[in-house]
Design a binder for this molecule. Structure first.
Ligand SMILES: [Zn+2]
Length: 292
């Protein structure tokens, strides 16, 4: 029973976040304002941390690189979901926000010459993780009722945070106009047919799909540049602003960690996310309390 209710808790949180994102972007576009990806990602992290604050013990472990919310590192998120005791499934998420012209204009952006779908596909092949584009959306005049891969009925607001296969993004982002220019895909090129609400990441799907699984130790050791975000005010991390610049310098490269598959795959695929969220099962959370 405990397992079911915690799963439901997470589903509800992810649904709430998707609706908030949908409304925020719709409202912004309504008055001709674009919102940057990092603004939405920060909102998501705040919502997760607020949820943590209300639930003792915390349900999510959130890690980030120093200065993550200054938009220095791009918009990648690693999500690790515990599927059976001590084993975590890895979702690599590349976030992209819909622009006020109802198009995704940054799909072809690259900091190192490698397309982001190629990174995700390479990472999947090297590590057995599952990569997705995580699209942040909000369209005022779009209404829809659909059924997701859990056979759960949802409305358009759940597309506030939608998941799309990297291969599909690749095919759209490579389309050209008659003049040979790349065309930016529209919201309706992808939704509803090729997207699923991100709630499905934390729902039952994690139990029956076949992917590589990792131990918590492997996850935590894989990249030492991450720091745990403590959701209490006045934590040590919050106070250490002086050496922030010095610290962020070291975060653009992933340090080598020997015998760690997550580390090796991330380095090879040049996948260097700014945020890592770990979601544990209730049993693990309880076990951790008793250890304390
Ligand atoms: Zn489900």
């Amino acid at each position: 029973m405990a397992k079911k209710s915690t799963q439901k808790e997470r589903c509800l949180l992810f649904m709430k976040i998707a609706s908030l994102v949908w409304e925020k972007i719709s409202r912004a576009h309504d008055v001709n304002v674009d919102i940057p990806e990092i603004g939405i990602t920060s909102d998501i992290i705040v919502n997760i941390l607020q949820f943590n604050k209300k639930h003792n013990p915390s349900r999510f472990d959130v890690y980030a690189k120093p200065g993550w919310n200054e938009g220095k590192y791009g918009n990648d998120i690693d999500l690790f979901v515990e599927t059976s005791q001590g084993l975590y499934k890895w979702f690599a998420l590349q976030s992209k926000v819909l622009k006020k012209n109802n198009r995704y204009t940054t799909l072809r952006d690259t900091s190192d010459g490698i397309m982001q779908w190629d990174k995700l596909l390479l990472l999947e092949g090297l590590s057995g993780c599952k990569g997705y584009f995580l699209l942040y959306n909000g369209v005022a005049d779009y209404h829809d009722v659909g059924t997701d891969c859990c056979l759960k009925i949802f409305d358009e607001k759940q597309f506030g945070c939608s998941l799309v296969e990297p291969c599909y993004i690749e095919s759209l982002a490579n389309k050209t106009s008659r003049l040979g220019r790349f065309t930016n895909p529209k919201f309706r090129d992808i939704h509803p047919q090729n997207a699923d609400p991100w709630r499905t990441l934390v729902c039952c799907q994690s139990e029956y799909l076949e992917f590589d699984l990792y131990s918590l130790e492997d996850v935590i050791n894989s990249n030492p540049t991450f720091e745990r975000i403590d959701n209490k005010r006045n934590s040590k991390i919050a106070d250490k602003e002086d050496d922030l610049n010095e610290k962020t310098k070291n975060c653009f490269k992933i340090p080598v960690v020997k015998k760690n598959k997550i580390n090796q795959a991330s380095r090879k695929a040049k996948w260097n996310p700014a945020i890592r969220v770990i979601i544990k099962t209730p049993l693990t959370i309880l076990t951790e309390i008793y250890k304390l």
